[in-house]
Design a protein around this ligand. Sequence first.
Ligand code: GDP
Ligand code: MN
Length: 396
Amino acid sequence: MDLLEHQGKALFAGAGLPVLPSRLAFSPAEARAAAGELRLPVVVKAQVKTGGRGKAGGIRVCATEGEVAAAAADILGMTIRGHGVESLLVEQAVEIAREMYLAISVSRELRGPLLIFAREGGVDIEELAQREPGALVRRPIDALLGLLEYQVRDVVDAAAFDPEGPGGAEAGRALAAVARALWKLYQDHDATLVEVNPLVLTTGGEVVCLDSKVTVDDNAFYRQPDVTPDEPADEREAKAREAGLAFVPLDGDIGVVGNGAGLVMSTIDQIATAGGRAADFCDIGGGARSEVATAALEAIFAGPPVGAVLVNIFGGITRCEEVAQGLVEAITRAKVSAPVVVRLDGNAAEEGHAVLRTADLPNVTLALDPEEAVRLAVDIAHERAGGVAAGAPGES
Ligand code: GDP
Ligand code: MN
């Protein structure tokens, strides 16, 4: 799960990373009051789980309390890359001498943590990596040995602070401390990403984390008391999560159920290629019992009407028979008529097919392979959508 900037900064502060005094606000009045508690000027920052807030106008430096209230009113109404702004961070402003970039993330390629530093940050780091790959310092971290002192020194060397400039030799020591603390935070909080962009050197010679981006591994929530999982958006999501289902509502018209996020995502991809659009993402996970399959269909049927549901299961630990029983249970109990296309393969697939045949539900279609399943689901959904559209005038 991605954290909001202020949540990340709370972890930063706890880990001894340098952050500026700030307050969270939900209204222009609260923002104004927050500014009153801080020293002007302050920066008003949209709290949304996406980058590029600066470019989108979601970050404003304000010199007076009146400006803060006005900026807050503007920013609270904004939608940044599809994310509505519901809260603001009002933070002490600083004068920036240099913006840098520092991050630790899981590298799939290296199968371990990777530290990345850039002397010039604040910009789009992907763009910098393309334009000038040499500008990035990349150091793989051995997960057992941890961040090593010579790697910390590499970062400080790459920063090449001017000994006569802001902070002097102290700036290098401060940067080294930030790198060490960031690594500790990454480990202690089971993060998959900790990013500071920009990490700044102020004209006063301080090294400060001006932004924070933290992603915590969802599988570690149980041992991360400081990290509160996002509130489910609605009751449908809450119920799905309770049942052990990874559920994401989407805005198409084909509900998708699968075991394993990879399988569900590739199914959604195949649906898109075939000209359809997924309505929901339901990952029943590995070794799922029938109740989870039931919960998946119930979650889909509790949402806006769908044209079809596609169930794509490749049984490894998961027994297809269990899934089939869950599907039958949900369909009979919910008395739904939406067409359900089912592909079962792997562990106990034959038994699963037998369960579905015995139940003999009129709206269930068995597909032999994933390609056929996708094609059927997309065709059925199109037909039903077309039927509704064509059925408007004249018919009846
Ligand atoms: P992002 O655009 O979503 O990554 O948001 P950031 O928190 O990184 O802020 C974007 C930019 O706003 C930074 O790169 C800075 O240039 C600027 N900014 C943020 N805080 C301050 C501040 O305290 N003082 C000044 N002068 N600029 C700031
Ligand atoms: Mn940033």
